[in-house]
Design a binder for this molecule. Structure first.
Ligand SMILES: Nc1nc2c(ncn2[C@@H]2O[C@H](COP(=O)(O)OP(=O)(O)OP(=O)(O)O)[C@@H](O)[C@H]2O)c(=O)[nH]1
Ligand SMILES: [Mg+2]
Length: 318
C-alpha cells in the first residue's frame, strides 16, 4: 500500500493534505494512491451545495459545520472556486468565515481553484472527496460557485445536492435553464430575512409540480437565515431524510455506481490526453503554425496528431 494511503487510514491529517496536493499536481503516484485508498472508502454522506455567487453557501457551510460538530460528527469541506487565483489556498472570505473551525481536528477544509488543479477542476475535486472519505469524515460538504455545466459535473459525486437560492434574485429562471431542476434534491431559500420569500416559494412549487409531478421523490424546500443561524436544524433533518430515501429506495447505490462508472471514463480521458499532449510537446506542436496561418484545417491537424500517437504506440509494442 502507498505510504500516504496507510497514513490516511490512520487519520494522519498531514498525509491527507499531502495526498490532496498529489491530486492537484497530477503527481506520478496519484493513480496508485487513489487505487489504494479505494478500499478504504467509508461512504460518508457527500453533500453538494451549489448556487449563484453570494447566495450564502459558505455561510451555510460554516453554520452546518457547527451544527454537525455539536453532534460529534466529523466534517470535510471542499470549496470549489474556479475564479480563485490561489492554488490550493483558501478563498479569503471563506478563510475568515470558517476560521473558527480551523483548529478543530474534526473539521478539514480545503479550497480548490483552477490554477491548482492540473487534472481539471472537476476531477481534482472528486478525487479530493474520495481521499477525504478514505480518511473517514462522517459528512463531506462540497461547495461550488455558480450553476453551470462544470458545477453540475462536480455535483455528480454528491449523494445529496442542495441548491441555494435567494428571494428577489431571479434565480429560479437560471435554475430552470441550467438543468439544475433535474438534479436538485433539496432547495434552500437562504436570506429568508429578505423580502420575496412567498413569491420564490410559489415559483419553486410550480416548477416542481411541472418537473417532478410523477417523480418518486419531491425535493423539499427549506428556509434559512444563515447569518442568524436559523433553519439549520431543519436543513440538516431534510438532508438526513434524503439520505434515508437513497438507502431505502436503492437509488443511492445506483447513483454511486454511476458516479464510479463516470470516473473510469474521466480517468482514461485525462491519462490519454496527457500522453498525447506530451507527445505533441516533445515534437514542438508542428501543426500549430500551419493552423494559425490558415494553411491546415483543424480536422487534418487532429488526425495527424492521432495518427502519430497510434504509430508511436505500435512502435512501443513492436
Ligand atoms: N441578509 C442575509 N445575508 C446573508 C445570509 N446568508 C449570507 N448572507 C450574506 O451574503 C453574503 C455572501 O455570503 P457567502 O456565504 O459568502 O455566499 P457564497 O454563496 O458562499 O458566496 P460565493 O462563494 O462568493 O459564491 C455575505 O455578506 C453574507 O453575510 C442571510 O441569511 N441573510
Ligand atoms: Mg463561498
Amino acid at each position: 500500500m502507498h505510504e500516504l494511503a496507510e497514513r490516511i487510514h490512520y487519520k494522519d491529517e498531514r498525509a491527507l493534505a499531502r495526498a490532496i496536493s498529489y491530486v492537484e499536481n497530477d503527481h506520478p503516484d496519484k493513480l496508485k494512491l487513489l487505487t489504494d485508498i479505494h478500499s478504504l472508502q467509508k461512504k460518508a454522506h457527500f453533500i453538494g451545495l451549489t448556487g449563484s455567487p453570494g447566495a450564502g453557501k459558505s455561510s451555510l457551510v460554516n453554520r452546518l459545520i457547527t451544527h454537525l460538530r455539536k453532534q460529534q460528527l466529523t466534517v470535510g469541506v471542499v470549496a470549489v472556486d474556479p475564479t480563485s487565483p490561489f492554488s490550493g489556498g483558501a478563498i479569503l472570505g471563506d478563510r475568515v468565515r470558517m476560521s473558527g473551525h480551523f483548529t478543530d481536528s474534526g473539521v478539514f477544509i480545503r479550497s480548490m481553484g483552477t490554477r491548482g488543479s492540473l487534472g481539471g477542476l472537476a476531477r481534482t475535486t472528486k478525487e479530493t472527496v474520495r481521499l477525504m472519505d478514505a480518511y473517514g469524515f462522517d459528512v463531506i460538504l462540497i461547495e461550488t460557485v455558480g450553476v453551470g455545466q462544470s458545477e453540475l459535473d462536480i455535483m455528480k459525486i454528491a449523494d445529496t445536492i442542495a441548491v441555494v437560492l435567494n428571494p428577489g434574485s431571479g434565480d429560479v429562471v437560471q435554475v430552470f435553464k441550467a438543468g439544475i431542476m433535474e438534479i436538485a434534491d433539496l432547495f434552500v431559500i437562504n436570506k429568508a430575512d429578505l423580502p420575496g420569500v412567498p413569491k420564490l416559494m410559489g415559483e419553486l412549487h410550480s416548477m416542481l409540480d411541472l418537473v417532478k409531478h410523477d417523480a418518486p421523490y419531491r425535493p423539499p424546500i427549506v428556509k434559512t437565515i444563515s447569518v442568524q443561524n436559523k433553519g439549520l436544524d431543519e436543513l440538516w433533518d431534510r438532508l438526513k431524510e434524503h439520505r434515508h430515501y437513497l438507502e431505502r429506495s436503492g437509488e443511492g447505490e445506483s447513483r454511486r455506481l454511476r458516479s464510479l462508472e463516470h470516473e473510469v471514463i474521466e480517468v482514461v480521458h485525462h491519462e490519454l490526453m496527457k500522453e498525447v499532449w506530451e507527445q505533441e510537446e516533445r515534437n514542438g506542436f508542428p501543426w500549430l503554425r500551419e493552423v494559425q496561418a490558415g494553411e491546415m484545417d483543424p480536422y487534418t491537424a487532429a488526425q495527424t496528431i492521432l495518427n502519430r500517437w497510434r504509430k508511436n504506440l505500435i512502435g512501443k509494442e513492436g
